[in-house]
Ligand binder design. Structure first.
Ligand SMILES: [Zn+2]
Length: 396
């Protein structure tokens, strides 16, 4: 029996093995309480369906050989796309994250869903060719978008900066083309998921803030993104600010938004207005790296304004780790110091004493790594595996 009192299904057993909770039959038997014969049946179902592999291991000189049970990652390929406001990164990887092929390109998301997803499809096909694979090898597709997403339906919900995308089903567009399940989430949620699983695996509460062309955030609690009731959790970019940002017009149609002052897009516009040409968040980073004092001062002030919003977020959520990612985070100390200064000023020591504030360790790849992990989580979930075994009519 599992803790819930329901006998562990094959899907549940795979979940326990994938998470690293158990790795031998003995451990499984102890934890599930299943009879030896039931456990054997469940494991043979999982083997037959290609979910499991066994590795022989000698328990010791005198012991009997005992098998190590492991998730079989071979032949399970995943297509991932991290779509930002101006650029996209797309990859084909295996389940373990080994990259078969990967590319980045300029792809403005405001061109609308049909043209953008057309490019994504074409790029996916090219990546599969390059990796020597075809659509039949793909077990799932993961897409990150810079706006609120209804995770259950894969539809975009009232995105402030993605004209034409509201209500569009990204899932349907791509599932038809590749015959594989498609999962869609907000980009900051996926970046947070990637950082939590790969950089801070022991951490229960992680807040990821993406400062790219816009500003968004994702909260990972107990290993999962917290999406809120309409997929809008973490959409902090359009909080209206007082002070220096108050008059700044925002591409969302409002004014005084955090993103209208502190995002990479806003910094580029403001620098340009001061006679220092910059088109994108990346141009801002280049100016900071070149030591342009105007750019450095602006990024510092952006960090301080962001810190005001994050002080509230940290007080409310009490996370262990606050990760700043996105292009503008590559100006590390300038943005990060601004955030830190205000964060420590505005919160009680208890809220920040054990808080680690860091830039993204995965950098540009956080989004595609998170997308891969999301796909694995969904395609090999307890329910999905049990359902697939039922459909395959694997006896048991
Ligand atoms: Zn706005």
């Amino acid at each position: 029996m599992t803790r819930s009192g329901v006998p562990a299904s094959a899907g549940r057993i795979l979940q326990m093995i994938r998470s690293g909770q158990v790795s031998t039959r003995g451990e499984l038997q102890e934890l599930t309480g299943l009879s030896r014969s039931t456990l054997t049946l469940r494991l043979s179902q999982l083997h037959a369906a290609g979910y499991l592999r066994s590795e022989a291991r000698r328990a010791g000189a005198m012991g009997r050989p005992s098998g190590i049970l492991a998730f079989d990652e071979t032949g399970k390929f995943i297509l991932t796309a991290d779509l930002g406001a101006t650029h996209a990164r797309m990859a084909v990887t295996d389940a373990a994250g080994n990259v078969g092929a990967e590319t980045t390109r300029e792809l403005p998301v405001d061109e609308g869903p049909r043209p953008v997803l057309g490019v994504v499809q074409k790029t996916f096909r090219g990546l599969l060719r390059k990796a020597g694979r075809d659509a039949g090898d793909v077990c799932g597709i993961g897409v990150g978008l810079p706006g609120p997403v209804d995770f259950a339906t894969g539809r975009v919900r009232n995105p402030p900066m993605m004209p034409g995308w509201h209500g569009h089903s990204v899932r349907e567009s791509l599932a038809e083309a590749f015959g594989a399940p498609v999962f869609v989430d907000n980009d900051a949620n996926l970046m947070g998921l990637g950082e939590q699983r790969l950089t801070y695996p022991g951490v229960d509460g992680l807040l990821f803030v993406k400062v790219g062309t816009g500003i968004g955030s994702g909260l990972i609690l107990q290993g999962r993104p917290e999406r809120g009731v309409a997929g809008g959790a973490g959409d902090i970019g359009h909080i209206r600010m007082r002070g220096p940002a108050e008059e700044a017009p925002c591409p969302c149609g409002g004014s005084g938004c955090l993103a209208a002052y502190a995002s990479g897009g806003a910094l580029a516009r403001r620098l340009t207005a001061e006679g220092i040409p910059a088109r994108t968040a990346r141009d801002v980073v280049t100016l900071v790296e070149a030591g342009r004092s105007e750019a450095i001062a602006m990024v510092g002030a952006a960090g301080r304004l962001l810190g005001e919003v994050l002080a509230t977020a940290v007080a409310l959520l009490n996370p262990s780790v606050l990760v700043i990612g996105g292009d503008v985070a590559r100006t590390h100390e300038h943005l990060l110091n601004g955030v830190r200064t205000v964060l420590y000023e505005r919160t009680v020591p208890r809220a920040t004493r054990d808080l680690l504030v860091a830039t993204s360790a995965l950098g540009d790849r956080a989004g595609v790594e998170g997308a891969r992990l999301m796909v694995l989580e969904q395609v090999f979930s307890e329910e999905a595996v049990d359902e697939r075994l039922r459909r395959m009519a694997v006896p048991g």
